[in-house]
Design a protein around this ligand. Structure first.
Ligand code: BLA
Length: 520
């Protein structure tokens, strides 16, 4: 299906997603159980699925010691790992313990101290899931080697996706990058064919609300073992030491938003794991893993994936830095040759005209114009002279002498609709502190299509809560055609343009002084 830039239906309230209290759900995923201890070692809170795992209700353990709850041998095995200095804000592995002799009832115990409590999370282990470090370590070594051999971010991402699929056994692993508007773009995919491919697809920013992105920047990995789970509630329902809902930001078993669970079911994925990719302190993207059937990934494999994600993020950082440096060097080289050309003749505006080809190259533009007093000189593909004059009048009123750039001029200045083809993008540089003198660069319209996973504009409302947003039900490719935009301006280009402006103003000043000397 094709469309031209429709708007999100205004009757739905996108902010409802941002109200989801994801850090304080009051419950956990039931593939494990939780005991929360106070500073004296007393159990003050427990999850209500204790019955399934330990055969006794929370009431039977509250107020007692850890040994009362899980038996003296298991508590003794854990105790050395629960010393103050060992337990951190993020869960770390304490021990694998067996809680019953009858069956293979083993648990990985994770400990972290947060929100005034010592949280112990007992994750039920399945034998098949256990990692073998004799296999994991060589895998990580191979991964580093392959990353070094990859040139592009796409290749590196593909290597990481393959590796994480090997470690975890997930059916589909995607590497997903956020753009400036927060939409995600699938850069790489590793897929065993059990789920449809999403390579190249876009996912709208609203699929992952703001508070979730903030949490994922702090806590770098999460696992949802079974999107059909029934949450296990904490008993009592609030942290007894603070009287407020427990902050489960770092708990591995944190129950996730029911809206997101619906999203997963709509997508046909019952298990998911995502690893945050942090580049220069910012959530750059996610490694997003899916499985059609429920599955559990034990802590040690998750930790290996978290580390693979960190390594990938470091490589992305250095690749981006190197590309940026290369780009700036190139722009600077062109800028130097433009400035050299400008000092040649006597007439400033004619000098400008002589360096127009380099000026276009400098800003990767299709056209440029220089306006000094009443004279306007144009080069390449530009609006006509009267249109440029009107545009300068508008810039003068709205931009207050600052550099102005946009990749969608028509959204700010309606008359630009008449010259979209040559000037959907504009970089406007005032080149005098007193007069209406401007250097303008125009970028042509870049009509392009974006393949979304489902129509991002057709938000759906459940019948019982018509103003509340629910996840979409279709992820079939939906093609959108974008009009009225140019290629975006690169931050490096804007910085160089500012430097260029300083140099130009310097030249203009020198020239004015020379003229004054001549007049004396
Ligand atoms: C969370 N949404 C998420 C997460 C992802 C996505 C990755 C993180 C949780 C996880 O690891 O699974 C979205 N998942 C995706 C995308 C892909 C994917 C884009 O696999 C692409 C391949 N979601 C909606 C709407 C709302 C919403 C309309 O679509 C709100 C009304 C909410 N998404 C939502 C919430 C969370 C979320 C609240 C947080 C879940 C949590 O951590 O508790």
């Amino acid at each position: 299906m094709t469309s031209s830039t429709p708007q999100v239906n205004p009757t739905f309230d996108l902010s409802s997603c941002e109200q989801e209290p994801i850090r304080t759900p009051g419950s956990i995923q039931p593939h494990g159980f939780v005991l929360a201890l106070d500073a004296t070692g007393r159990v003050v809170q427990a999850s209500d699925n204790l019955v399934q795992h330990l055969g006794k209700p929370p009431a039977a353990v509250l107020g007692g010691t850890l040994a009362d709850a899980i038996g003296a041998p298991a508590a003794a095995a854990l105790q050395p790992e629960l010393q103050d200095e060992r337990v951190r804000e993020r869960p770390s592995f304490a021990a694998t313990i067996r809680l019953s002799e009858k069956d293979h009832c083993c648990f990985d115990v994770l400990a972290h101290r947060y929100d005034t409590l010592l949280m112990l999370e007992f994750e039920a282990m399945t034998r098949a899931g256990a990692a073998d470090f004799r296999h994991l370590y060589p895998l990580v070594g191979d991964f580093l080697q392959q990353l070094n051999d990859s040139d592009t971010i796409e290749q590196m991402s593909r290597t990481a996706a393959d590796e994480i699929r090997t470690v975890t056994g997930f059916g589909r692993v995607l590497v997903y990058k956020f753009d400036e508007e927060g939409h995600g773009h699938v850069l790489a995919e590793s897929n065993d064919g059990s789920l449809p491919s999403y390579l190249g697809q876009r996912f709208p920013a609203s699929d992952i609300p703001k508070q979730a992105r903030e949490l994922y920047a702090a806590n770098r990995i999460r696992l949802i073992s079974d999107a059909n789970y029934t949450p296990a509630r904490l008993v009592p329902p609030v942290n007894p030491l603070t009287g407020a809902p427990n902050d489960l930001s770092f708990a591995a078993l944190r129950s996730v938003s029911p809206i997101h669970l619906q999203y997963m079911r709509n997508m046909g994925t019952l298990a998911s794991m995502s690893v945050s990719l942090m580049v220069k302190g910012r959530l750059w993207g996610l490694i997003s893993c899916h499985n059609a059937a429920a599955c559990h990934i034990p802590f040690d494999k998750r930790t290996a994936c978290e580390q693979l994600g960190q390594i990938l993020a470091l490589r992305i950082t250095s690749r981006e830095d190197a590309d940026e440096l290369q780009f700036r060097l190139e722009v600077r080289r062109v800028m130097v040759s433009v400035l050299a050309g400008l000092t040649q003749g006597a007439d400033f505006i004619e000098n400008m005209g002589s360096v127009f080809p380099e000026l276009l190259q400098f800003a990767r533009a299709g056209g440029a114009a220089v306006a000094v007093d009443d004279r306007i000189l144009r080069y390449g593909d530009t609006p006509d002279e009267s249109q440029v004059r009107a545009l300068i009048g508008w810039l003068d009123q709205h931009t207050h002498g600052d550099l102005y750039h946009t990749d969608r001029l028509v959204e700010h200045y309606l008359p630009a609709g008449a010259f979209l083809h040559c000037a959907s993008g504009l970089l406007a540089m005032p080149i005098s502190r007193i007069h209406k003198h401007y250097l303008l660069w125009f970028r042509p319209e870049f009509v392009h299509t974006v393949d979304w996973a489902g129509n991002p504009h057709a938000k759906e409302a459940p019948p019982d809560a018509p103003r509340q947003l629910s996840p979409r039900t279709s992820f079939a490719t939906w093609r959108e055609t974008i009009h009225g935009r140019s290629a975006p301006w690169h931050p490096g280009e804007i910085e160089m343009a500012l430097e260029f402006r300083t140099a130009l103003l310097g030249i203009a000043l020198e020239r004015a002084e020379q003229m004054a000397e001549l007049a004396e």
